[in-house]
Design a protein around this ligand. Sequence first.
Ligand SMILES: Cc1ncc(C[n+]2csc(CCOP(=O)(O)OP(=O)(O)O)c2C)c(N)n1
Ligand code: SF4
Length: 293
Amino acid sequence: MKRTLITPARNTWCPGCGNFAILHTLRDVLLEREREGHSLEQTVLVSGIGCHAKIADYLDINSFYAIHGRTIPVATGIKLAHPDLSVICCAGDGDCYAEGLDHLVFAAKRNIDLTMIVHDNRVYGLTTGQYTPTSPLNFKGRSTPGGTHEKPLNPLALMLASGATMVSRAYTRQLDHLRGVLAEGMAHRGFAFIDVLQICASFFDMTGYYNEHTYLLSGNDPSDFWEAWKIAREWDYSTDAPIALGTLYRSSGEPVYDDAYHSPPQSQTERDAAVRALIDRKAGRLPPGVKDA
Ligand SMILES: Cc1ncc(C[n+]2csc(CCOP(=O)(O)OP(=O)(O)O)c2C)c(N)n1
Ligand code: SF4
């Protein structure tokens, strides 16, 4: 029987939600990687809290539901403890551009080997449409009936400035392109950041706008930081402008945090002994002369 990697959990996303596109394209990428020899058992998905996070319920792979804004600390812990795993973060824009923004900046700065997929619907979806850092100026939502008074954050410029070694944008109505960018992100060694313009059909349906304004990048040189910077600044997430889709920046072969990090003891026996010694030390039971980890 053909594996679908889709769990039997009841799907509660709204009809037309862009999360379906991310779920199914990510599934395709994972199955393709498995055919290429990357075991699914070596892959872990960490999600935040929000509509996007339910992807952990719907995709049949190892997963961890973090708390709001904390996908990256959890994913960092997993990666440092088990450097051989491929670790994916699925976060919301409220989740990681507001609540957990500091973690995002530090993950990029450290160039930790994670694939960061942001379901950027530009609202807090699960809590019914409050504004987030990428909502446009004057956005009228549940918490701002008179419109917002602040300009949005440009996540691509922020990630470039923070040191991310892959910076991309995709769109949930461009499935083949989205699939390609997700595959590229998973293949990248280092911090791969992908801002996915994800349609929230219920609270901020930008389909018509994105269909009209997006274009696929071609002929750009992703190793050219300043070209990437220029492309990132074309659209400020608020004012009408062309919206580039694709990989703006990619720098390969840069040191990754996981390599430089002092690894904990690798064997299970050593780990058990280290944990036991820590517990004993805390409990004041460590015999004289025995060093803790
Ligand atoms: C620490 C904390 N603050 C607030 C909440 C309430 N909360 C749950 S989901 C959510 C909105 C999530 O929005 P976003 O991250 O953009 O994801 P989306 O639902 O749009 O996918 C909020 C504010 C929470 N669960 N935990
Ligand atoms: S509220 Fe928006 S993001 Fe959440 S499931 Fe519905 S369409 Fe999707």
